[in-house]
Write a protein of this length. Structure first.
Length: 209
């Protein structure tokens, strides 16, 4: 009699555990379904970036293939969403020449971007005596002699999206902006100060998450 009671009690406990487990699964499914529906209805869009200008303070390569550069870049970011805000938790900016990084990373302060809001940043990026590959040093000298250099301004960071009180997890943000600098061109440049020239580029950037 005692053994039968224990067996019946064990089956009831297993049945209770199964119901609790099933209830948790159903709850999680409903939560995920709600988030998915909200996300589908709002149709979130990634931010758009535009590189506006580049001010060149220094850009010199030595005979030993060491590059010293100093730029101030101005770029804007727009949040195209009507009901979604964007947290920029981290955003580093740096310059690339022929797939080689030629400046240190400069950090943009963390910020929140509201609905349809536009932010403008003007960070300095620079590198002193950065060693470049011999073929890049030669190509850079050739580009400067012809009066035009193509740089790639890159931004890497992490963003979060806010819908009402809900805040998403972090997403990796990758931004690529081509900067075609025409040295000595009077139509694309203005003197910004002693030994510095500002070049207008105004180019859209590719953005991926």
């Amino acid at each position: 009699m005692s053994a039968k009671d224990c067996g019946g009690h064990g089956r009831k406990r297993q049945e209770l555990c199964r119901r609790i487990f099933a209830g948790i699964l159903i709850f999680l499914f409903l939560v995920l379904l709600t988030i998915l529906l909200i996300w589908a209805i709002l149709r979130p869009s990634k931010p758009s970036f535009v590189l506006q200008d580049v001010t060149v303070y220094a850009f010199n390569v030595s005979a030993l293939n060491y590059l010293t550069s100093n730029f101030q870049i101005t770029f804007s970011s727009r949040n195209p969403n009507d009901k979604i805000g964007i947290y920029y938790d981290k955003l580093d900016v740096y310059a690339i020449y022929r797939n080689q990084q030629i400046t240190l990373r400069s950090a943009i302060p963390s910020t929140y971007q509201g609905h349809n809001e536009i932010n403008v940043w003007s960070p300095n990026i620079y590198g002193t005596d950065i060693p470049v590959a011999p073929y890049n040093g030669w190509a850079l000298s050739e580009d400067q002699s012809t009066g035009a250099v193509l740089l790639m301004i890159k931004m890497d960071g992490r963003v979060r999206f806010k819908v009402g009180t809900f805040i998403s997890g972090r997403y990796h943000l990758y931004v690529r902006c081509p900067a075609y600098i025409q040295f000595g061109s009077s139509t694309t440049s203005i003197t910004a100060g002693e030994n510095s020239v500002k070049y207008s580029v105004v180019v859209g950037c590719s953005v991926s998450l």
